[in-house]
Design a protein around this ligand. Structure first.
Ligand SMILES: [Zn+2]
Length: 157
């Protein structure tokens, strides 16, 4: 089987050359968490960012390991490379989850700040003063973004 055929089967969205994202069939997936790609020798790369095991994804799709290869099964050396690639992907998935946690926290903080501003504006009749408060909020948001930036780039490294 080819990656394109699997992408078709799971009605995946194409995200780049030889890359797709689909709803994972192995868990209740509300966003597209399943990454499909083309590996060495046309082999299909499948990875669920929510953490489903490859076996679970294949079982839910009705496929076997051999279906991931477009041709003969891999040599021991190829199998070793595949294992290394999977390790790399596990690290990427951890970074992806970390980024989502950090972003959620950032949004919560920005939301709180704008909520407080709305409350203050409701008591202000003076437009010039309102603008001053908006400028302050913007300044604070930028500072919050700056403070979280090193954590984000650390998580994505
Ligand atoms: Zn999954």
């Amino acid at each position: 089987m080819t990656a394109a055929a699997l992408a078709d089967m799971l009605r995946a969205r194409r995200t780049g050359a030889g890359k797709w994202m689909a709803r994972c069939p192995a868990h209740e997936d509300h966003s597209a968490s399943l990454s499909i790609g083309v590996g060495e020798g046309g082999r299909i790369l499948v990875y669920c960012f929510a953490g489903c095991a490859l076996g679970a994804v294949l079982e839910a799709t009705g496929l076997g390991m051999k279906d991931l290869f477009d041709g003969p099964p891999p040599s021991p050396e190829q199998a070793c490379n595949f294992a290394r690639e999977r390790g790399q992907r596990a690290i990427e998935a951890t970074a992806f989850r970390l980024e989502r946690i950090q972003l959620a926290d950032l949004y919560r903080r920005l939301w709180k700040a704008s909520d407080a501003l709305g409350e203050r504006l409701a008591h202000e009749a003076d437009d010039a003063h309102g603008m001053e408060l908006l400028a302050q909020l913007f300044h604070r948001s930028v500072e919050q973004l700056r403070s979280i930036e090193p954590i984000l780039s650390e998580g994505l490294r």
